[in-house]
Design a protein around this ligand. Structure first.
Ligand SMILES: *Cc1c(COP(=O)(O)O)cnc(C)c1O
Length: 366
Protein backbone atom coordinates (compact mmCIF):
# COMPACT_ATOMS: atom_id res chain seq x y z
CA UNK A 1 0.00 0.00 0.00
CA UNK A 2 1.38 3.43 -0.87
CA UNK A 3 0.78 6.29 1.52
CA UNK A 4 -1.05 9.31 0.18
CA UNK A 5 1.42 12.14 -0.40
CA UNK A 6 1.33 14.94 2.13
CA UNK A 7 1.06 18.06 0.01
CA UNK A 8 2.36 20.34 2.78
CA UNK A 9 5.40 18.13 3.41
CA UNK A 10 7.88 20.46 1.70
CA UNK A 11 6.34 23.89 2.42
CA UNK A 12 8.28 24.22 5.67
CA UNK A 13 9.83 22.09 8.36
CA UNK A 14 7.21 23.49 10.72
CA UNK A 15 4.28 22.03 8.79
CA UNK A 16 5.13 18.66 10.40
CA UNK A 17 3.53 17.50 13.63
CA UNK A 18 5.02 16.63 17.00
CA UNK A 19 7.53 13.77 17.03
CA UNK A 20 6.56 10.58 18.89
CA UNK A 21 9.24 11.01 21.58
CA UNK A 22 7.92 14.48 22.49
CA UNK A 23 4.29 13.39 22.36
CA UNK A 24 4.99 10.46 24.69
CA UNK A 25 6.93 12.77 27.02
CA UNK A 26 4.00 15.20 27.18
CA UNK A 27 1.64 12.39 28.17
CA UNK A 28 4.07 11.06 30.78
CA UNK A 29 4.60 14.57 32.23
CA UNK A 30 0.86 14.91 32.71
CA UNK A 31 0.79 12.84 35.90
CA UNK A 32 0.35 14.67 39.19
CA UNK A 33 1.21 18.17 40.39
CA UNK A 34 4.66 19.78 40.44
CA UNK A 35 6.02 23.24 41.24
CA UNK A 36 5.44 25.87 38.54
CA UNK A 37 7.62 28.36 36.60
CA UNK A 38 10.54 25.96 36.25
CA UNK A 39 11.12 25.19 39.92
CA UNK A 40 10.53 21.50 39.21
CA UNK A 41 12.78 18.46 39.05
CA UNK A 42 12.12 17.65 35.35
CA UNK A 43 13.32 21.16 34.40
CA UNK A 44 16.49 20.75 36.45
CA UNK A 45 17.05 17.37 34.77
CA UNK A 46 16.57 18.85 31.29
CA UNK A 47 19.05 21.64 32.00
CA UNK A 48 21.59 19.06 33.14
CA UNK A 49 21.18 17.26 29.79
CA UNK A 50 22.06 20.49 27.94
CA UNK A 51 25.22 20.83 30.05
CA UNK A 52 26.11 17.20 29.23
CA UNK A 53 25.40 17.64 25.54
CA UNK A 54 27.53 20.77 25.24
CA UNK A 55 30.18 19.46 27.66
CA UNK A 56 30.14 22.70 29.65
CA UNK A 57 28.25 24.66 32.26
CA UNK A 58 25.70 26.82 30.50
CA UNK A 59 22.58 28.78 31.42
CA UNK A 60 19.44 27.44 29.75
CA UNK A 61 16.04 29.10 29.36
CA UNK A 62 12.94 27.88 27.54
CA UNK A 63 10.76 30.15 25.43
CA UNK A 64 7.85 29.45 23.10
CA UNK A 65 9.24 30.35 19.69
CA UNK A 66 12.31 31.33 17.73
CA UNK A 67 11.47 34.98 17.26
CA UNK A 68 11.30 35.49 21.03
CA UNK A 69 14.50 33.51 21.57
CA UNK A 70 16.46 35.60 19.06
CA UNK A 71 15.01 38.95 20.09
CA UNK A 72 15.53 38.33 23.80
CA UNK A 73 19.17 37.27 23.33
CA UNK A 74 19.85 40.34 21.20
CA UNK A 75 18.10 42.38 23.88
CA UNK A 76 20.51 40.95 26.45
CA UNK A 77 23.51 41.75 24.23
CA UNK A 78 22.54 45.25 23.10
CA UNK A 79 21.47 48.61 24.39
CA UNK A 80 19.20 50.81 22.30
CA UNK A 81 22.06 52.70 20.62
CA UNK A 82 23.76 49.51 19.38
CA UNK A 83 23.95 47.77 15.99
CA UNK A 84 23.51 44.09 15.09
CA UNK A 85 25.30 42.53 12.10
CA UNK A 86 23.48 39.68 10.35
CA UNK A 87 23.11 38.17 6.88
CA UNK A 88 20.74 39.86 4.45
CA UNK A 89 18.64 36.70 4.25
CA UNK A 90 18.46 36.26 8.03
CA UNK A 91 15.25 35.50 9.86
CA UNK A 92 16.26 38.17 12.37
CA UNK A 93 16.11 40.85 9.67
CA UNK A 94 13.31 39.57 7.44
CA UNK A 95 10.90 37.46 9.44
CA UNK A 96 10.59 38.82 12.96
CA UNK A 97 8.48 41.93 12.49
CA UNK A 98 11.13 44.15 14.05
CA UNK A 99 11.21 42.11 17.28
CA UNK A 100 15.03 42.45 17.61
CA UNK A 101 14.72 46.22 17.28
CA UNK A 102 11.78 46.27 19.72
CA UNK A 103 13.33 44.04 22.38
CA UNK A 104 16.63 45.92 22.27
CA UNK A 105 14.75 49.18 22.61
CA UNK A 106 15.98 50.49 19.27
CA UNK A 107 19.20 48.77 18.20
CA UNK A 108 19.66 48.80 14.41
CA UNK A 109 19.75 45.51 12.52
CA UNK A 110 22.42 45.79 9.80
CA UNK A 111 21.97 43.19 7.03
CA UNK A 112 25.06 42.18 5.04
CA UNK A 113 24.95 40.20 1.80
CA UNK A 114 27.33 37.31 1.11
CA UNK A 115 27.16 34.15 -1.03
CA UNK A 116 25.12 31.13 0.09
CA UNK A 117 23.75 32.96 3.15
CA UNK A 118 27.11 32.63 4.94
CA UNK A 119 29.01 35.57 6.39
CA UNK A 120 32.79 35.89 6.55
CA UNK A 121 34.84 38.45 8.50
CA UNK A 122 35.76 40.23 5.26
CA UNK A 123 32.05 40.80 4.52
CA UNK A 124 31.60 42.43 7.92
CA UNK A 125 34.76 44.51 8.11
CA UNK A 126 33.40 47.46 6.00
CA UNK A 127 30.47 47.87 8.41
CA UNK A 128 32.90 48.91 11.15
CA UNK A 129 33.87 51.92 9.03
CA UNK A 130 30.31 52.92 8.21
CA UNK A 131 29.09 56.19 9.68
CA UNK A 132 30.98 58.68 11.81
CA UNK A 133 31.40 58.04 15.53
CA UNK A 134 28.27 58.76 17.54
CA UNK A 135 26.31 59.44 14.34
CA UNK A 136 26.01 55.71 13.59
CA UNK A 137 24.99 52.93 16.00
CA UNK A 138 27.83 51.28 17.89
CA UNK A 139 28.05 47.73 16.58
CA UNK A 140 27.69 45.32 19.45
CA UNK A 141 26.38 41.97 18.15
CA UNK A 142 26.95 39.47 15.37
CA UNK A 143 23.99 37.21 14.62
CA UNK A 144 24.66 34.04 12.60
CA UNK A 145 22.14 31.42 11.46
CA UNK A 146 23.11 27.74 11.77
CA UNK A 147 22.09 26.02 9.56
CA UNK A 148 21.58 29.02 7.28
CA UNK A 149 18.48 30.26 5.49
CA UNK A 150 19.90 28.68 2.29
CA UNK A 151 20.50 25.28 3.86
CA UNK A 152 24.24 25.68 4.23
CA UNK A 153 26.34 25.01 7.32
CA UNK A 154 29.12 26.97 9.01
CA UNK A 155 32.10 24.74 9.89
CA UNK A 156 33.75 25.11 13.31
CA UNK A 157 36.69 26.80 11.58
CA UNK A 158 34.44 29.34 9.87
CA UNK A 159 32.67 30.01 13.16
CA UNK A 160 35.96 30.41 14.97
CA UNK A 161 37.14 33.03 12.46
CA UNK A 162 33.86 34.95 12.80
CA UNK A 163 33.82 34.78 16.60
CA UNK A 164 37.48 35.82 16.87
CA UNK A 165 36.79 38.76 14.59
CA UNK A 166 33.66 39.70 16.54
CA UNK A 167 35.29 39.47 19.94
CA UNK A 168 38.32 41.45 18.77
CA UNK A 169 35.90 44.28 17.95
CA UNK A 170 33.83 44.04 21.13
CA UNK A 171 30.86 42.20 19.58
CA UNK A 172 28.98 39.33 21.21
CA UNK A 173 28.00 36.38 18.98
CA UNK A 174 24.45 35.03 18.76
CA UNK A 175 23.52 31.92 16.79
CA UNK A 176 19.97 31.53 15.50
CA UNK A 177 19.78 27.75 15.65
CA UNK A 178 16.17 27.20 14.60
CA UNK A 179 17.73 24.34 12.57
CA UNK A 180 20.70 23.64 14.85
CA UNK A 181 19.73 19.94 14.92
CA UNK A 182 20.16 19.70 11.15
CA UNK A 183 23.51 21.47 11.30
CA UNK A 184 24.64 19.28 14.21
CA UNK A 185 23.61 16.09 12.40
CA UNK A 186 25.47 17.14 9.24
CA UNK A 187 28.54 18.23 11.22
CA UNK A 188 28.64 14.98 13.18
CA UNK A 189 29.45 13.15 9.97
CA UNK A 190 32.56 15.36 9.76
CA UNK A 191 33.45 14.55 13.37
CA UNK A 192 32.30 17.86 14.90
CA UNK A 193 30.38 17.94 18.17
CA UNK A 194 27.72 20.42 19.38
CA UNK A 195 30.45 21.97 21.55
CA UNK A 196 32.68 22.42 18.46
CA UNK A 197 29.83 24.28 16.74
CA UNK A 198 29.22 26.62 19.65
CA UNK A 199 31.34 27.68 22.65
CA UNK A 200 34.57 26.04 21.47
CA UNK A 201 34.31 28.24 18.39
CA UNK A 202 33.49 31.26 20.56
CA UNK A 203 29.68 31.46 20.32
CA UNK A 204 28.23 33.40 23.27
CA UNK A 205 24.59 32.28 23.03
CA UNK A 206 22.62 29.78 20.97
CA UNK A 207 18.91 29.73 20.24
CA UNK A 208 18.42 25.97 19.94
CA UNK A 209 15.32 25.19 17.90
CA UNK A 210 12.89 22.62 19.20
CA UNK A 211 9.85 23.27 17.03
CA UNK A 212 11.33 22.43 13.62
CA UNK A 213 12.94 19.35 15.18
CA UNK A 214 9.55 17.96 16.26
CA UNK A 215 8.85 19.54 19.65
CA UNK A 216 5.69 21.40 20.58
CA UNK A 217 6.16 25.12 21.12
CA UNK A 218 9.56 25.18 22.76
CA UNK A 219 12.97 26.60 21.94
CA UNK A 220 15.95 26.59 24.27
CA UNK A 221 18.14 29.63 24.80
CA UNK A 222 21.61 28.45 25.79
CA UNK A 223 24.13 30.97 27.12
CA UNK A 224 27.75 29.82 27.06
CA UNK A 225 28.87 33.29 28.10
CA UNK A 226 27.04 33.20 31.42
CA UNK A 227 27.80 36.82 32.27
CA UNK A 228 25.52 37.80 29.36
CA UNK A 229 22.68 35.72 30.86
CA UNK A 230 22.46 38.00 33.88
CA UNK A 231 18.80 38.84 34.62
CA UNK A 232 17.72 37.04 31.43
CA UNK A 233 14.99 35.35 33.49
CA UNK A 234 13.41 38.79 33.97
CA UNK A 235 13.49 39.45 30.22
CA UNK A 236 11.78 36.11 29.58
CA UNK A 237 9.02 36.89 32.06
CA UNK A 238 8.51 40.50 30.95
CA UNK A 239 8.07 39.42 27.35
CA UNK A 240 5.37 36.90 28.24
CA UNK A 241 7.63 33.94 27.44
CA UNK A 242 7.83 32.31 30.89
CA UNK A 243 5.86 29.04 30.93
CA UNK A 244 4.10 28.42 34.21
CA UNK A 245 3.87 24.69 33.43
CA UNK A 246 7.47 24.59 32.27
CA UNK A 247 7.79 20.87 32.98
CA UNK A 248 6.02 20.15 29.68
CA UNK A 249 8.77 21.91 27.74
CA UNK A 250 11.47 20.31 29.88
CA UNK A 251 10.03 16.82 29.44
CA UNK A 252 10.10 17.14 25.66
CA UNK A 253 13.71 18.33 25.64
CA UNK A 254 14.78 15.51 27.96
CA UNK A 255 13.02 12.99 25.74
CA UNK A 256 14.94 13.99 22.61
CA UNK A 257 18.29 14.82 24.25
CA UNK A 258 18.53 11.73 26.41
CA UNK A 259 18.94 9.17 23.63
CA UNK A 260 19.91 11.36 20.71
CA UNK A 261 16.48 11.45 19.02
CA UNK A 262 17.06 15.13 18.20
CA UNK A 263 20.07 14.15 16.06
CA UNK A 264 18.26 11.23 14.43
CA UNK A 265 15.40 13.55 13.43
CA UNK A 266 17.87 16.08 12.06
CA UNK A 267 19.75 13.40 10.13
CA UNK A 268 16.50 11.97 8.73
CA UNK A 269 15.40 15.37 7.40
CA UNK A 270 18.87 15.90 5.88
CA UNK A 271 18.75 12.49 4.15
CA UNK A 272 15.30 13.17 2.68
CA UNK A 273 16.57 16.48 1.29
CA UNK A 274 19.48 14.63 -0.37
CA UNK A 275 17.05 12.19 -1.98
CA UNK A 276 14.76 14.98 -3.17
CA UNK A 277 17.68 17.01 -4.52
CA UNK A 278 19.14 13.99 -6.30
CA UNK A 279 15.82 13.31 -8.02
CA UNK A 280 15.38 16.92 -9.08
CA UNK A 281 18.94 17.08 -10.42
CA UNK A 282 18.27 13.93 -12.44
CA UNK A 283 15.25 15.66 -13.97
CA UNK A 284 17.53 18.46 -15.17
CA UNK A 285 16.75 21.10 -12.57
CA UNK A 286 19.47 23.34 -11.24
CA UNK A 287 20.11 23.64 -7.52
CA UNK A 288 20.90 27.18 -6.40
CA UNK A 289 22.70 26.08 -3.21
CA UNK A 290 24.48 22.92 -2.14
CA UNK A 291 22.24 20.63 -0.08
CA UNK A 292 24.08 20.45 3.24
CA UNK A 293 21.07 20.01 5.53
CA UNK A 294 17.28 19.70 5.11
CA UNK A 295 16.50 22.35 2.50
CA UNK A 296 16.52 22.03 -1.27
CA UNK A 297 16.77 25.30 -3.19
CA UNK A 298 16.05 24.73 -6.84
CA UNK A 299 15.21 26.69 -9.98
CA UNK A 300 11.85 25.66 -11.40
CA UNK A 301 10.30 27.14 -14.55
CA UNK A 302 6.82 28.69 -14.14
CA UNK A 303 5.08 25.88 -16.05
CA UNK A 304 6.51 23.23 -13.72
CA UNK A 305 5.58 25.26 -10.66
CA UNK A 306 2.04 25.68 -11.98
CA UNK A 307 1.73 21.95 -12.69
CA UNK A 308 2.98 21.00 -9.21
CA UNK A 309 0.63 23.48 -7.58
CA UNK A 310 -2.25 22.15 -9.65
CA UNK A 311 -1.48 18.71 -8.22
CA UNK A 312 -1.83 20.18 -4.73
CA UNK A 313 1.79 20.82 -3.67
CA UNK A 314 2.63 23.80 -1.49
CA UNK A 315 6.10 25.39 -1.47
CA UNK A 316 7.59 28.87 -1.47
CA UNK A 317 9.49 31.02 -3.93
CA UNK A 318 12.62 31.94 -2.02
CA UNK A 319 15.51 33.09 -4.18
CA UNK A 320 15.34 35.45 -7.15
CA UNK A 321 12.75 34.94 -9.88
CA UNK A 322 12.65 31.14 -10.18
CA UNK A 323 14.32 29.82 -7.03
CA UNK A 324 12.05 27.71 -4.83
CA UNK A 325 12.56 26.25 -1.38
CA UNK A 326 11.60 22.67 -0.48
CA UNK A 327 12.09 21.81 3.19
CA UNK A 328 12.24 18.32 4.66
CA UNK A 329 11.55 17.49 8.29
CA UNK A 330 11.76 14.67 10.82
CA UNK A 331 8.38 13.51 9.43
CA UNK A 332 9.14 13.53 5.68
CA UNK A 333 8.44 10.05 4.32
CA UNK A 334 10.04 8.29 1.37
CA UNK A 335 6.55 8.29 -0.18
CA UNK A 336 6.37 12.11 -0.05
CA UNK A 337 9.71 12.43 -1.84
CA UNK A 338 8.71 9.84 -4.43
CA UNK A 339 5.32 11.46 -5.06
CA UNK A 340 6.81 14.93 -5.48
CA UNK A 341 9.46 13.63 -7.90
CA UNK A 342 6.84 11.70 -9.88
CA UNK A 343 4.71 14.82 -10.22
CA UNK A 344 7.77 16.89 -11.15
CA UNK A 345 8.67 14.32 -13.81
CA UNK A 346 5.14 14.46 -15.20
CA UNK A 347 5.28 18.25 -15.20
CA UNK A 348 8.54 18.26 -17.15
CA UNK A 349 7.07 15.84 -19.67
CA UNK A 350 4.03 18.00 -20.32
CA UNK A 351 5.69 21.41 -20.22
CA UNK A 352 8.46 21.04 -22.78
CA UNK A 353 10.90 23.95 -22.12
CA UNK A 354 13.43 22.74 -19.60
CA UNK A 355 15.18 25.25 -17.38
CA UNK A 356 18.14 26.70 -19.25
CA UNK A 357 21.09 27.75 -17.14
CA UNK A 358 21.61 31.48 -17.25
CA UNK A 359 25.20 32.38 -16.49
CA UNK A 360 25.82 35.37 -14.31
CA UNK A 361 22.32 35.41 -12.91
CA UNK A 362 22.13 36.75 -9.39
CA UNK A 363 21.51 33.82 -7.11
CA UNK A 364 20.59 35.08 -3.70
CA UNK A 365 17.87 37.48 -2.71
CA UNK A 366 19.36 40.61 -1.14
C1 LIG B 1 11.65 29.04 11.84
C2 LIG B 1 12.81 29.96 12.12
C3 LIG B 1 12.87 30.72 13.30
C4 LIG B 1 11.78 30.69 14.36
O1 LIG B 1 10.58 31.23 13.97
P1 LIG B 1 9.32 31.30 14.93
O2 LIG B 1 8.17 31.24 14.01
O3 LIG B 1 9.40 32.60 15.66
O4 LIG B 1 9.40 30.15 15.88
C5 LIG B 1 14.01 31.47 13.54
N1 LIG B 1 15.02 31.50 12.66
C6 LIG B 1 15.01 30.81 11.53
C7 LIG B 1 16.18 30.85 10.60
C8 LIG B 1 13.88 30.03 11.20
O5 LIG B 1 13.87 29.34 10.05
Amino acid sequence: MTARPDHFAFASDNTAGVCPEALAALAAANAGCLPSYGDDAPTAAAKKLFADLFETDCDVFFVFNGTAANALVLGAFCQRHHGILCHAMSHVDNDECGAPEFFTGGAKVLPVDAPLAKLRPADLEPLLRRGHGVHFPKIRALSLTQSTELGTVYTPGELRALCDWAHAHGLAVHVDGARFANAAAASRAAGHSPADLTWRAGVDALCFGGTKNGLLTTEAVVFFNRELAREFDYRVKQSGQLASKMRFASAQWSAVLRDGAWLRHGAHANRQAQALAGGLRDLGFKLVAPVEVNGVFVELPPAVVAALEARGWHFYKFVGEHGYRLMCSWATRDADVAAFLADARAAVGSSVPKPTPRPGKKKARG
